[in-house]
Design a protein around this ligand. Structure first.
Ligand code: FMN
Length: 134
């Protein structure tokens, strides 16, 4: 069974090196585990979507919640899905860490909305909110 969890959180004071290390390790680990989604970092805030096997996702979320590099974790989505939304995006776990990465994601979401309006409208709304908030 496939599942998705999404949340926003506040980053602890981390150096650029620490942020990059976190983003890069997350990407590698998720690719290894077959987890898809996005992790966005902007101005002390994280926004993450993870999609994959229910047990794997729930176990990972418990670990992420305990991670001392962030706090104020607010869960937004926690539900089963039929089809993952991000398998086709850049074909890897996606990290958005710079303004320049954002247009690609937006374009992907716009196309997604045409084929799967229900899923993508929510995701697109959250991503845009996050970018404006950050
Ligand atoms: C904002 C944030 C997002 C994270 N996302 C992931 C993730 O998607 N996948 C992952 O493996 N670890 C992620 N981590 C790291 C985990 O919290 C944890 O450090 C890591 O899974 C521990 O791996 P280990 O069991 O190999 O020690 C994240 C950490 C933070 C602070």
């Amino acid at each position: 069974m496939l599942h998705t969890i999404s949340y926003v959180s506040t980053s602890k004071e981390l150096s650029d090196f620490q942020i990059n290390e976190l983003l890069y390790t997350t990407k590698l680990k998720n690719e290894d585990l077959g987890i898809t989604g996005i992790l966005m970092y902007s101005d002390y805030n994280f926004f993450q979507i993870i999609e994959g096997e229910k047990k794997v996702i729930q176990y990972l979320y418990q670990k992420i919640k305990r991670d001392i590099r962030h706090f104020n974790i607010i869960k937004i989505l926690d539900r089963s899905i039929n089809i993952p939304s991000f398998t086709s995006f850049q074909s890897t776990y996606t990290i958005i860490n710079r303004e320049k990465d954002y247009p690609d994601l937006q374009q992907f979401l716009e196309v997604g909305k045409v084929y799967n309006p229900k899923n993508f409208q929510n995701i697109s709304y959250l991503v845009n909110k996050f970018m404006k908030l950050a």
